[in-house]
Design a protein around this ligand. Structure first.
Ligand code: ZN
Length: 292
């Protein structure tokens, strides 16, 4: 799933290519992806892209005040196309293509655009057309953006204070902090040398400061690495930059210990025992249930 750094990069990528151009049309192939019906997607035709911004993991294409907002979810992606003038209309129900946005041709006759695709059978990609981004429930409910100036150590202290959830879950909760998902929460906790199961409210002031530093550094580094990359190169870059996430069984590049994993029903987390849990492996609940 694309998280804050990849979405930030896609946002910049689209801003460079789409701002100032006229929208020719938006084709919705996967009807379940479109979550709004008024205004209709056809209202975007003829409007000019005036800005592209990010809200958490949402991308917001501002077209003369009408917003096309989308969330790529777990298996969604954005594919830029240099020329869609010869592209055939797509019938619903075939392949991963969900939405196609066509831009007006330039002087050379090339009509670029982009496609939102979604792999797999779980269709979670979501697209909204709205005059006000806050009408999108997921956007309205977002917590503070960790790359915003207002996300200070004091702000993080207010967030964790009194919160009895495990820190891994807190970091992933979009209503608490916007933009961090399963991958970067693993990375942040590894950088902070903190157990994913630690109860948020038990963090000391020093640990909150360390966690804050880990959040900012991890995300800024990832944003920097992803900056300027083409959409198609982002996935490989994300994978190569991860130190613990999806690396179970491999050595930790900080201490050399073997990275371990805890599995849940529909996800897994990875961590380094030496760096994060005093050398003790965490209980894998799924495994212990199986052994009973
Ligand atoms: Zn380690």
């Amino acid at each position: 799933m694309p998280e804050l750094p990849e979405v930030e990069s896609l946002t910049g990528f689209l801003r460079e290519r789409a701002v100032g151009r006229t929208v020719l049309g938006v084709d919705v192939v996967a009807f379940q992806a479109l979550k709004t019906f008024d205004p209709p997607v056809t209202a975007l035709g003829g409007l000019t892209v005036t800005g592209v911004s990010r809200h958490g993991k949402f991308i917001d294409l501002d077209c003369d005040g009408l917003h096309l907002i989308f969330h790529l979810a777990r298996a969604g992606w954005l594919r830029w196309r240099d020329d869609l003038s010869g592209a055939k209309p797509v019938r619903p129900g075939k392949g991963p293509l969900a939405v196609r946005l066509r831009l007006a041709p330039d002087e050379e006759g090339l009509a670029p655009g982009f496609e939102l695709t979604e792999a797999g059978t779980q269709k979670r990609l979501a697209v909204y057309v709205t005059k006000n981004p806050d009408d999108v429930p997921g956007v309205a409910a977002l917590g503070p953006d960790p790359l915003d100036e207002s996300f200070t150590v004091a702000a993080l202290k207010r967030i964790v204070g009194g919160n009895r959830t495990q820190i891994k879950g807190l970091l992933r909760d979009q209503k608490i902090i916007a933009g961090i998902g399963n991958a970067y929460s693993d990375e942040v906790l590894h950088a902070a040398k903190m157990s994913p199961f630690k109860i948020s409210a038990t963090l000391t002031d020093a640990q909150i400061a360390d966690l804050h530093e880990a959040i900012i550094t991890t995300l800024r580094d990832a944003v920097e690495r992803a900056h300027g990359l083409a959409a198609k190169d982002l996935k490989a870059e994300k994978k190569s930059g991860l130190r613990v996430h999806n690396r179970a069984g491999q050595p930790c590049d900080v201490c050399g210990d073997t990275i371990r994993e805890v599995s849940f029903a529909d996800s897994a987390l990875q961590y380094c025992p030496t760096c994060q849990t005093g050398g003790k492996p965490l209980a894998d609940r799924r495994l212990s249930r199986l052994l009973k």
